[in-house]
Design a protein. Structure first.
Length: 205
């Protein structure tokens, strides 16, 4: 028995990709994500202050600066996509959102690892791949961005693990966290391979 509706199937095939559908069409759709990024930056500063010490403060301020820069980029590209309402503007907005997302995830993961909270890495290392599972079709750029983010995070984790094992001056709070980073480095390597293979099969847009 035929259960397919030709008209519905045609509409499904012609449906624009998700990154086009997410283009802001109202002013109130522009500011929520940048505002949340700014709030995250404030939390990063407070976290650096709360942990105490110059090192934690520098880590918190650096993470907050990068997150704030991402918030500004998100606002600008979202506003332009809203103003222009073109496919190219939508794509630029999507690329910016992906770059900011993977950068923020990596920054939070590394910042928490540096100050001695390895479980904070779950925010970046788990959240990033999950963002790709909800889309109907994921562009190649998204997979490559996640791949590079995990590659950089994994390389830094591996470096910190070696430092934690070999350098005596690392504090007792940070040493276990940095050594645990070796596990995250291995996990990152698996994700890098998976995202590389997924990118080869993904559409360009």
């Amino acid at each position: 028995m035929e259960t397919r509706d030709p008209e519905t199937d045609d509409l499904a095939e012609e449906a624009p990709p998700g990154w086009v559908l997410r283009t802001p069409t109202r002013w109130r759709e522009i500011w929520p994500v940048p505002v949340m990024a700014v709030l995250l930056a404030a939390v990063e500063v407070l976290g650096g202050i709360g942990f105490g010490g110059v090192f934690a403060l520098v880590v918190g301020l650096t993470a907050a600066a990068l997150t704030t820069a991402g918030a500004v980029a998100l606002f600008v590209t979202s506003w332009r996509a809203y103003d222009e309402q073109t496919v190219e503007a939508s794509w630029r907005g999507h690329v910016t959102h992906v770059v900011v997302a993977v950068t923020t995830g990596g920054v939070v993961a590394l910042a928490t690892l540096l100050v001695g909270l390895p479980f904070g890495m779950l925010f970046g290392l788990v959240a990033l791949p999950l963002t790709l599972t909800s889309a109907r079709a994921v562009p190649r750029f998204d997979h490559l961005a996640v791949m590079w983010a995990f590659g950089v995070v994994g390389a830094i984790c591996a470096t910190l693990a070696v430092i934690g094992l070999t350098v005596d001056d690392v504090s007792r709070v940070q040493r276990p966290s940095w050594i645990a980073g070796g596990v995250f480095a291995l996990f990152s390597a698996v994700i890098v391979v998976h995202q590389f293979r997924a990118a080869a099969r993904a559409p360009l847009r």
